[in-house]
Design a protein around this ligand. Structure first.
Ligand SMILES: *[C@@H]1O[C@H](CO)[C@@H](O)[C@H](O)[C@H]1NC(C)=O
Ligand SMILES: *[C@@H]1O[C@H](CO)[C@@H](O)[C@H](O)[C@H]1NC(C)=O
Ligand SMILES: *[C@@H]1O[C@H](CO)[C@@H](O)[C@H](O)[C@H]1NC(C)=O
Ligand SMILES: *[C@@H]1O[C@H](CO)[C@@H](O)[C@H](O)[C@H]1NC(C)=O
Ligand SMILES: *[C@@H]1O[C@H](CO)[C@@H](O)[C@H](O)[C@H]1NC(C)=O
Ligand SMILES: *[C@@H]1O[C@H](CO)[C@@H](O)[C@H](O)[C@H]1NC(C)=O
Ligand SMILES: *[C@@H]1O[C@H](CO)[C@@H](O)[C@H](O)[C@H]1NC(C)=O
Ligand SMILES: *[C@@H]1O[C@H](CO)[C@@H](O)[C@H](O)[C@H]1NC(C)=O
Ligand SMILES: *[C@@H]1O[C@H](CO)[C@@H](O)[C@H](O)[C@H]1NC(C)=O
Ligand SMILES: *[C@@H]1O[C@H](CO)[C@@H](O)[C@H](O)[C@H]1NC(C)=O
Ligand SMILES: *[C@@H]1O[C@H](CO)[C@@H](O)[C@H](O)[C@H]1NC(C)=O
Length: 493
């Protein structure tokens, strides 16, 4: 790709033709032979347009057809902040270019759209191509039902998608970009090729693209019970992005709502001053987790394993953003995780699971398996969680809930580097945890392993109240592991 760009830059500066400035042509219509790609201004060389050049290129798309545009822009200077090129789609939605793009892909359906070139004070190298297709859907249709009683949203892979969704009330959809560097051009192009229709097929009103949906920081919601998600031709890139689909009954109170794909260190700003605000993250089969690092601001942040539910059957934690004793970080498991803020404005920081594994400060929270409270059957034989620290910590646990049926077991081990001490507790159905027993030990490492000999067994999972407190090196020498039997008067929630 770098090589390609290099060649392009070379062409832009050395062989861009500026002597013969093309006329501003009339509308572009499908050619008689639709296999033919139409290229403007010319296909075999790149043309540089002079300063002060303006033209609007109209691309017509007949009903039931689709078109694929590839646009290239390169400006001789970055002197202006006004857009050099605007892409105006079939819904009059606008994307602006202020500097340069190479081979950026767009998709238009009927009635078509426009490309607006205004070079202003720059010399602009510009070219686009259009390919028409006499259909919108190309992939085999799939069908999906969602219901207000589902606590777990449905995920639809956007690659080759032609999915008809039926809800009990109305369909809610958000885009869930998954790639770490998803904002790279390929991901944006890919999400532009996915259209969402407000009805049972592609003849319904188009609400917009998956890319516009992601940028909107809102849900798209069907007016009736059905919604259709379609990826247009040509053959898509294979994408890891997904659409997250729920019954609107569960999400109707949410205003701002988006999918958070790459869990960088970036803060997520949530404005729930007027309406609840939310974001969701996703990990295939619960294989990775979020590390909730920080919440600042005001309001209450509820964290669900799955989607937001009125019953709160899958609520896992609730934080008051203004409280300064949050005792974070906290590892968040589940497959879909939904964070819902109400009554305030807050900034939330999440990172990849590994950030929670190293203990650097006192924490108070919980440890769960990924399927806890989800009613999902996740195929695994062993779920391991590892915590470690440089200095010794005192770990304290209370097992609040655990499914030990069908030979499942839960093992908690603490390793003390100073004394080379190792302690381990294994719970199984013949040795279940005694309710409200507090287990405590000092060490530098802790493992929690939940095993099931049958990987496909339904697992209820576990929930452990957990604290880790920094201790002095000297204290660690004398600490073994103690088990305190005590009645805890209240759970965390
Ligand atoms: C249509 O265009 C394609 C590609 O340009 C070409 O291969 C094909 O021969 C053309 N068909 C006709 C009937 O001209
Ligand atoms: C315009 O800005 C982009 C990045 O913002 C830079 O890579 C590019 O070289 C600039 N172009 C010119 C001609 O200065
Ligand atoms: C695009 O540019 C126009 C003109 O500067 C501006 O009014 C509009 O808000 C911009 N749109 C987007 C989506 O950035
Ligand atoms: C645009 O191109 C013309 C002709 O090559 C040149 O004289 C002029 O300096 C260029 N302007 C800019 C802003 O690059
Ligand atoms: C969705 O629900 C309809 C009507 O209840 C039913 O006929 C259909 O089989 C369901 N489809 C799926 C994929 O569950
Ligand atoms: C969409 O409309 C076109 C033209 O009216 C029709 O030929 C086609 O069958 C319709 N598609 C569906 C899925 O109803
Ligand atoms: C999405 O579908 C493509 C093509 O079928 C597949 O290669 C890819 O692994 C899928 N992605 C996910 C996350 O399931
Ligand atoms: C959380 O954010 C606040 C405000 O930005 C900052 O003072 C604090 O250090 C942060 N805490 C963590 C654990 O990052
Ligand atoms: C859990 O899932 C099973 C199917 O695997 C279903 O029969 C049961 O009703 C579900 N329970 C709840 C509480 O949703
Ligand atoms: C549990 O283990 C015992 C002994 O290995 C075995 O006989 C039994 O079938 C197992 N039960 C299940 C449900 O896997
Ligand atoms: C539980 O663990 C003990 C000790 O490891 C073992 O002897 C016993 O067989 C286990 N019981 C079951 C049901 O797996």
């Amino acid at each position: 790709m770098k090589f390609y760009i290099a060649i392009f830059v070379f062409l832009a500066f050395s062989s861009g033709v500026s002597a013969d400035v093309p006329d501003c042509p009339g509308p572009f219509n499908p050619p008689n032979n639709i296999s033919t790609q139409v290229v403007y201004p010319v296909s075999d060389s790149l043309v540089t347009f002079p300063t002060g050049y303006n033209c609007v290129y109209q691309i017509n798309v007949p009903p039931g057809w689709s078109s694929h545009l590839v646009v290239t822009v390169f400006s001789s200077s970055n002197t202006t902040s006004a857009p050099i090129v605007q892409i105006i789609d079939f819904n009059q939605k606008v994307e602006n270019y202020t500097s340069y793009r190479w081979f950026q892909k767009y998709y238009f359906i009927a009635p078509g759209g426009k490309i607006k070139l205004s070079t202003q004070s720059a010399n602009v190298t510009f070219q686009f191509s259009v390919q028409w297709y006499s259909s919108i859907t190309v992939y085999q249709p799939t069908f999906l039902n969602v219901s207000a009683s589902d606590s777990q949203p449905s995920m639809v892979n956007v690659s080759y998608v032609n999915c008809r969704v039926t809800a009990e009330t109305r369909v809610s959809v958000i885009t869930m970009p998954l790639d770490d560097n998803w904002l790279t051009r390929d991901q944006a192009d890919n999400l532009r090729s996915v259209l969402i229709f407000d009805g049972p097929n592609e003849n319904s009103t188009c609400l917009g693209t998956a890319y516009q949906l992601w940028n909107s920081n809102r849900q798209f919601v069907s007016t009736g019970k059905t919604l259709t998600i379609v990826q247009l031709q040509p053959l898509p890139y294979v994408s890891r992005s997904q659409m997250l689909i729920q019954d609107f009954e569960n999400t109707k109170e949410i205003g701002q709502y988006r999918g958070v794909g790459s869990l960088g260190d970036r803060p997520i700003v949530m404005d729930a001053s007027k309406q609840a605000a939310a974001f969701s993250t996703y990990s295939d089969a619960g294989s990775s987790s979020d590390c909730l690092l920080n919440i600042t601001g005001t309001g209450t942040l509820n964290v669900y394993y799955g989607g937001k539910t009125d019953s709160k059957s899958n609520l896992i934690a609730s934080y008051s953003a203004s409280s300064n004793s949050l005792n974070l970080p906290q590892k968040i498991r589940g497959v879909v995780r939904t964070y819902v803020l109400t009554g305030g404005i807050a900034t939330v920081q999440i990172e990849l699971n590994s950030a929670c594994n190293k203990l650097t400060k006192n924490v108070a929270g919980f440890i769960t398996s990924p399927e806890y409270k989800t009613n999902l059957t996740l195929p695994y034989t062993s779920d391991s969680q590892h915590y470690y620290s440089d200095g010794p910590f005192k770990y304290t646990f209370t097992v609040q809930d655990v499914d030990l049926s069908q030979n499942k077991s839960l093992q908690i081990s603490i390793y003390n580097k100073q004394t080379s001490g190792f302690v381990s507790v294994v719970y199984n159905s013949s040795n279940p945890p005694i309710l409200n027993t507090v287990f405590s030990g000092v060490g530098n490492e802790m493992d929690v392993i939940y095993s099931s000999p049958n990987s496909n067994a339904k697992k209820g999972g576990f929930y452990i109240d957990f604290t880790a407190t920094k201790t002095k090196e000297s204290a660690a020498k004398f600490f073994g592991v103690i088990v305190i039997c005590a009645i805890i008067s209240s759970r965390l929630f």
